[in-house]
Structures are given as structure tokens and as C-alpha cells.
Design a protein around this ligand. Structure first.
Ligand SMILES: Nc1nc2c(c(=O)[nH]1)N[C@H]1C(S)=C(S)[C@@H](COP(=O)(O)O)O[C@H]1N2
Ligand SMILES: [Mo]
Length: 159
């Protein structure tokens, strides 16, 4: 609940992180620089969609939760994964490399507003501006998991 008694949806950011945290949309708005993304994507069943989102960069929010890699080791960063789930259990994965400035550098957002309306009650929405399809625009985010991919069988541990 916020000061006006309205319900605000929080999500947990957890997994292989030094500082797992629960965050509301107002906290996402106050805690990080807000970026703007004008996006178009296609829904397989509903057709083309156009929205304007605002919110912090996913990589900045996750970085502040303490992912377990030395920022100078690019190979470690290339093995880190993220999974994002909504309240209806729709969930999707991203690799850290997609959003890392040294790799894909996609400005993926955890939106705090869509089309000028705050998402305080609905919950944050994942925004993947590089996607042609809407499936990863997970709305009503309830959790973001971050963790190291163990790797295919036969890979030497720690290499
Ligand atoms: N939580 C949740 N988010 C979701 C979905 C879903 O089923 N559940 N569907 C996705 C799909 S397939 C599309 S195309 C977009 C549609 O977003 P819009 O209706 O807001 O334009 O939402 C995405 N986000
Ligand atoms: Mo869709």
C-alpha cells in the first residue's frame, strides 16, 4: 500500500545476487535514471502495437543488486542469465549479454509508465525495444531472477 492506500505491485529481484531486493514501481522511479522508449512490436494474435514506455534500465537495477561477476571479466558476464515473470506466470528469459554495453547493449527497461500512465498499481513491465514480437514485454512483473548458467555437460567447473 502507498500513502493514499492504493495497492502497489512489488517484484522480487533474486537469485545469484549479493543484495536481493523487493522493489515497487515508485522505488524504481525514484532510484534510477528514467529512460524513454517508443516501441512498436507485433503480437501474434492481436497484430501491431505501439507504446511509449519510461523506466530504468534493467542492467542498472540488476547491477545494483550485486551480480556475482567481476565487471572486468567479460566471459563471466557472457554466462549470466535473467528470467522475468508476470503475475499470470507468463515468463521469459534474457541473457545478460543482450543488455550489457559490451555485448548487445539493448536498452531493456523495467517500465514505470506506459503511454503516460504510471504502472504503480499494475506493476512494472519488461520492455525489449529490439524485439519484433511482443512476447517478452512481460507485464505485471512479480519477479526477476538472475543467475549463472551452469553450462553444457562436460564443461570444466569454474573455467
Ligand atoms: N504478464 C504477461 N505479459 C505479457 C503477456 C502475457 O500473456 N502475460 N503477453 C505478451 C504478448 S504475447 C504481447 S504481444 C504483449 C501485448 O501487449 P499489449 O497488449 O500491452 O500491447 O504483452 C506481452 N506481455
Ligand atoms: Mo502476443
Amino acid at each position: 500500500m502507498d500513502q493514499r492506500g492504493t495497492r502497489t505491485r512489488a517484484f522480487t529481484l533474486w537469485g545469484d545476487l549479493d543484495r536481493p531486493v523487493t522493489l515497487t514501481v515508485p522505488e524504481l522511479r525514484a532510484g534510477w535514471e528514467q529512460h524513454r522508449a517508443e516501441v512498436t512490436f507485433d503480437c501474434a494474435t492481436e497484430g501491431p502495437r505501439r507504446h511509449v514506455f519510461e523506466g530504468p534500465l534493467l542492467r542498472e537495477v540488476v547491477a545494483d543488486a550485486g551480480p556475482p561477476f567481476d565487471g572486468r571479466r567479460r566471459k563471466d558476464r557472457s554466462r549470466f542469465l535473467l528470467a522475468v515473470a508476470g503475475e499470470d506466470s507468463h515468463h521469459t528469459v534474457l541473457s545478460w549479454a543482450e543488455i550489457d554495453a559490451d555485448f548487445g547493449n539493448v536498452p531493456v527497461l523495467l517500465a514505470t509508465a506506459m503511454d503516460g500512465q504510471g504502472l504503480d498499481r499494475a506493476g512494472s513491465q519488461l520492455v525489449v525495444p529490439s524485439d519484433r514480437c511482443g512476447a517478452r514485454y512481460v507485464s505485471g512483473v512479480t519477479q526477476v531472477w538472475a543467475g549463472v548458467c551452469a553450462g553444457p555437460a562436460g564443461v570444466a567447473p569454474g573455467f
